[in-house]
Design a protein around this ligand. Structure first.
Ligand code: ATP
Length: 291
């Protein structure tokens, strides 16, 4: 196999709770992760020249070791003494620095793809153990589906799949630093913890209303203080039929859960017309796990 093409899917968080901060700056979290059908297309090719080449359609992304896809390739090349060079093409569609794990999903795809391409024989668990060295969300991006993520995000428990629904994603044109959001969170008391168990029970009961009513993100308040546009997008989504709407990850992407695709489309048009966000997508959820 000299070439492999992979879809690196983005995620949303149906719930994020932060339980504490570790000495090393990482946080103990309790998150419900959900893969959505919005993806970057990753093409990996073997090449004559040694080393790793990365190219992307987004001029502002790094193509050196600061790119997570590069780092994933380097990790496997070093460990398995792979002499052949690889070139990696990233066709990015997942909004960048948006709370949708774009970089992590690219790293996950490269680990998964190179394991196949070079017949390294790593199990999913072994791939995830390597993934966490690149980022806390990478193991989840390898697994995919509806998952409870604990520890720093790497202790994964598969959950009952999200019932049929439509997801409206809207990324306002502001840049959010995950690190700064967590730092601000550390400086305050968390007195309102989201109902993660309610989400899990709702999933078990296949009860979309219970799931959406239990959604919550402890990081939301921090980011909204800085970017009130997030609240405007949430309100617009709810006004036009979202069962609930919330910020994903550390933001600024907002997602709304709809049981009606046309309502999601109407809400999307309203958000664009009001110029609250340019990057607006109606997508399906993606429940299949990688095997
Ligand atoms: P998370 O939800 O895990 O916090 P995110 O969606 O907020 O992730 P990313 O899209 O992963 O954030 O990008 C964060 C930063 O990582 C960007 O500013 C970018 O420069 C850098 N980066 C490195 N590699 C990539 C990649 N392959 N794709 C996107 N960003 C990357």
């Amino acid at each position: 196999m000299d070439r492999i093409e992979l879809k690196a899917l983005g995620k949303i968080n149906l719930g994020i709770d932060v339980l504490g901060r570790r000495e090393n700056g990482y946080h103990d979290v309790r998150m419900v992760m959900q893969t959505v059908y919005l993806y970057d297309l990753i093409t990996i090719k073997k090449r004559r020249a040694p080393g790793i080449g990365v190219e992307t359609n987004l001029y502002y992304l790094p193509t050196n070791e600061n790119n997570l896809a590069y780092r994933a390739a380097k990790l496997l090349k070093d460990e398995f003494h792979i002499k052949e060079g690889v070139s990696i093409r990233l066709d990015k569609h997942i909004p960048v620095a948006a709370g949708m794990a774009g970089g992590s999903s690219n790293a996950a795809a490269v680990l998964f793809g190179m394991n196949r391409m070079f017949e390294l024989g790593l199990t999913m668990k072994e791939l995830m153990d390597r993934g966490v060295m690149l980022g806390a969300d990478v193991p989840y991006c390898i697994m995919r589906g509806t998952v409870l993520a604990e520890g720093i995000g790497e202790i994964l428990t598969p959950l009952a799949p999200m019932p049929r629904c439509f997801v409206l994603l809207a990324k306002p044109p502001v840049a959010v630093s995950t690190k700064l959001v967590y730092e601000k969170l550390d400086s305050r008391e968390i007195d309102d913890h989201p109902d993660i168990d309610g989400i899990i029970d709702g999933l078990k009961e296949e009860n979309l209303l219970r799931i959406t009513a239990s959604m919550g993100n402890v990081l939301e308040g921090v980011t909204i203080e800085e970017y009130p546009v997030i609240n405007e997008i949430k309100s617009t989504m709810k006004q036009y039929g979202a069962l609930n709407a919330m910020m994903s990850g550390s933001g600024p992407t907002v997602f709304g859960i709809f049981d009606d695709r046309n309502q999601a489309r109407t809400a999307a048009q309203k958000i664009k017309a009001a110029q609250l966000a340019k990057q607006v997508y109606v997508v399906n959820i993606h429940n299949a796990r990688r095997k």
